[in-house]
Design a protein around this ligand. Structure first.
Ligand code: SF4
Length: 507
């Protein structure tokens, strides 16, 4: 079977969906190649080109114009550098700009400097599958497998002979286009058999969003909020636990909008999952500050819920929050942080902030900065505002210069680094649970791990914990109790930014 490679832009949800696609192709015998390897896709592989010409997928994002630029650049580069390959583009950008993306394949890519370009222009080898039909791509591997020759090969093309990869994909895309958009259930078919991280499993419980924040294109690309039934979510969680994952990350576009047929909200789902599973720990992706209702707070207090919360705040200025269409103020943000600190011992609190939103004067930004400083976040993900077509904010007046927006991001990043240092210093000498991510290339008796409160740790495993056979280190996904000793290798380690702290196995 041909080789297969996938390139993912955007959020954890997109990454999870790409893992599921890669898994589906792998199960049908496609050779998975890391993106950009096997230059042999190129024209110079002579006789055995057939076995190299492969299938490339780019899973796109539309959150920022930068993400779309990256996608266009990668599409052009892939077409140019892999004249023998077929390219499928899917995801949120493909959902909103199908025609524009299709226009990137003018059939000339790969002919640059070729004195004898084929006439008329080569048939298309760039196929756009909109995001709402992405789940249908899970069927393509089987379709191609069944269409393969008796010897399991699929001719590469692009001479587009019958049965070659390009014309098979052409046929599949046409049949699928006739079938229209994917159904609601399709949104939850992305269940990889295994995760490349091998330490934590991801579980998609929700998709889409019912809000209409004035700057956001996600809700345009992914549609209204849909939720996986609690029963299916529990089956997924139990599956991860049986596979040996010590932790599952519940993900979606806006998991705070989870709502199943039985009327369970996110708090109700967590209660159901915790009651129906044994030992697996649960970590949540982003939460909205105004979404911390009583049932959720009660559920979050459970010891198997990780003390790590990411609040999607965006601004600390009431004026800007109003213009963004965010239904809360700085007081609710402070209250949310206090609630979370009340149910967990010094949890890792992080947040998202958009700087440079239209109308954000220096004074308004200072309100955001002051709110973040006052709450003392352990990390701040700050992004410059990106004007998006199709959003209400597209036509907003009082733009802020890119330079000013970038300076505000830099100021928040400095505050974030200070907050992280202060947070880590509060945990030195304390015991935490951590999940092993993998070995340490620098020291065979050390492992890399992520603590329950989201610190990146280097753990000395001498002597190895009883769960590990002598002379071995704990495998990825293993849960360990350890004591945080200090900064890894002093400031240098910290500066390297790869690890937050050094730790040792707790007695
Ligand atoms: S909550 Fe707002 S920003 Fe988040 S996905 Fe929904 S519309 Fe977009």
């Amino acid at each position: 079977m041909p080789s297969f490679s996938i390139y993912t832009l955007g959020c954890k949800l997109n990454q999870l969906e790409s893992e599921a696609l890669a898994d589906a192709f792998h199960r049908e015998g496609f050779e998975l190649l890391p993106w950009g390897t096997g230059g042999a896709y190129g024209r110079d592989c002579g006789a055995n080109r057939a076995s190299f010409a492969g299938l490339l997928v780019i899973n796109t994002c539309t959150v920022t114009s930068m993400a779309e630029q990256k996608a266009r650049r990668m599409i052009r580069k892939s077409l140019r550098e892999n004249p023998g390959a077929c390219l499928i583009v899917t995801g949120c950008y493909a959902q909103l700009e199908k025609a524009a993306i299709e226009g990137l394949d003018d059939g000339s890519a790969g002919n640059k400097g070729n004195p004898f370009p084929p006439q008329p222009l080569a048939p298309r080898r760039l196929f756009v599958v909109p995001g709402d039909a992405k789940s249908a791509l899970l069927e393509l591997p089987r379709f191609l497998h069944d269409a393969a020759r008796a010897d399991g090969t699929i001719p590469a093309g692009p001479e587009s002979e019958a049965g070659d990869l390009r014309s098979l994909i052409e046929a599949w895309v046409r049949s699928r286009e006739a079938g229209g958009a994917g159904d609601e259930a399709g949104a939850f078919r992305f269940v990889p058999g295994d995760f490349s991280s091998h330490s934590r499993g991801f579980l998609k419980i929700q998709d889409g969003c019912d809000r209409h924040c004035s700057y956001c294109r996600v809700t345009l690309a992914r549609g209204p909020s849909v939720s996986l039934s609690a029963e299916k979510a529990l089956t997924g969680l139990r599956g991860l636990e049986e596979q040996g994952y010590g932790e599952a990350v519940l993900t979606g576009v806006n998991i705070g909008q989870y709502h199943d047929q039985e009327g369970r909200d996110l708090g109700g789902l967590l209660d159901y999952l915790l009651a129906g599973s044994n030992n697996i720990r649960i970590r949540l992706s982003s939460l909205e500050p105004d979404g911390l209702n009583g049932s959720l707070i009660r559920a979050l207090a459970h010891p198997r819920l990780r003390p790590h919360f990411h609040l999607s705040i965006q601004s600390g200025s009431p004026l800007i929050l109003g213009r963004m269409g965010r239904p809360y103020g700085p007081d609710e943000v402070e209250k949310a942080a206090a609630l979370l600190r009340n149910i967990k011992t010094d949890p890792f609190l992080a947040c998202d902030i958009i700087t440079g939103f239209p109308g954000e004067t220096t004074a308004e930004f200072e309100k955001t900065y002051e709110l973040c400083r006052k709450i003392g976040f352990a990390w701040i993900h700050a992004f410059p505002y990106s004007r998006r077509p199709g959003t209400a904010a597209w036509s907003f007046k009082d733009p802020v210069s890119e330079r000013e927006a970038a300076e505000r991001v830099a100021a928040l990043l400095r505050l974030a680094k200070q907050g992280r240092r202060e947070y880590i210093s509060r945990w030195i000498g304390k015991e935490v649970e951590a999940i092993v991510e993998g070995g340490d290339e620098k020291n065979a008796l050390r492992v890399q791990a992520t603590s329950e409160n989201y610190l990146k740790l280097l753990i000395d495993v001498t002597p190895p914990p009883p769960s590990s056979p002598p002379g071995t280190v704990p495998a990825p996904g293993t849960l360990l109790r350890c004591r945080i000793r200090g900064l890894p290798g002093g400031e240098a380690g910290q500066a390297a930014g790869r690890f937050d702290a050094a730790a040792e196995i707790a007695d």
